[in-house]
Design a protein around this ligand. Structure first.
Ligand SMILES: [Fe+2]
Ligand SMILES: [Fe+2]
Length: 197
């Protein structure tokens, strides 16, 4: 088959798979969480230089809350179901150990003070750590779970229900990235760029 035709065939296959994945599918929910938290870490990195201590603390708290809930739904719902369906206990053991280490770092960030110079470094390291963990989930665990034909729809409903009940217990935090902080950091970037000219 000519290369162009092969690419087109691949694209059609990918489209078909994407169409089959619903938003309530467990993997779709977990992947959306990954994307959201990645964005929050990116925002934190931008805020690191010139964001206020209060904004940084609030954003870090939101990251920690999101990650804790995400890790809990994986540990209580998704990981046990995956462990029962795929033949790779090591993969699940490693993921659980990674969760435990991430939770240690989360506890240090939550107990720490944003004025401590090492505090922001801990948030950065947590971001790098989560990046690595998410990559293993998305590239190894999730494809194996999908192949194992688990009931991802029903797991998705369980995950959504657990998240909803936990979020109802804790009121949502206020928006943590004020427009002023964004504008300020963009303006600072422009000034820095201008001074290099
Ligand atoms: Fe995880
Ligand atoms: Fe995850």
């Amino acid at each position: 088959m000519p290369a162009a035709k092969k690419t087109a065939a691949k694209k059609t296959a990918a489209k078909k798979t994407a169409a089959k994945v619903s938003r309530t599918d467990a993997i779709a929910i977990l992947t959306a969480d990954h994307k959201r938290v990645k964005k929050m870490f990116k925002t934190f990195e931008k805020m690191k230089e010139d964001g206020s201590a209060a904004d940084k603390q609030a954003l870090a708290q939101q990251i920690c809350d999101e990650l804790t809930l995400h890790a809990d739904v994986e540990e209580k719902i998704f990981y046990p179901a995956t462990r029962n369906s795929i033949d790779d206990a090591d993969l699940l053991d490693e993921a659980e150990v990674e969760h435990a280490s991430a939770k240690d770092l989360i506890a240090q960030i939550q107990a720490g003070d944003s004025s401590d110079p090492k505090w922001a470094a801990k948030v950065t390291v947590l971001g790098e750590y989560i990046d690595h963990h998410v990559q293993e989930e998305e590239e190894e665990m999730f494809p194996k779970a999908r192949k194992a034909k688990m009931d991802l729809e029903s797991l998705g409903r369980e995950i959504a229900a657990m998240k909803e009940s936990r979020q109802a217990e804790q009121p949502a935090p206020a928006a943590i990235v004020p427009a002023a902080a964004k504008t300020k950091s963009r303006a600072a970037g422009k000034t820095a760029a201008a001074s290099r000219l």
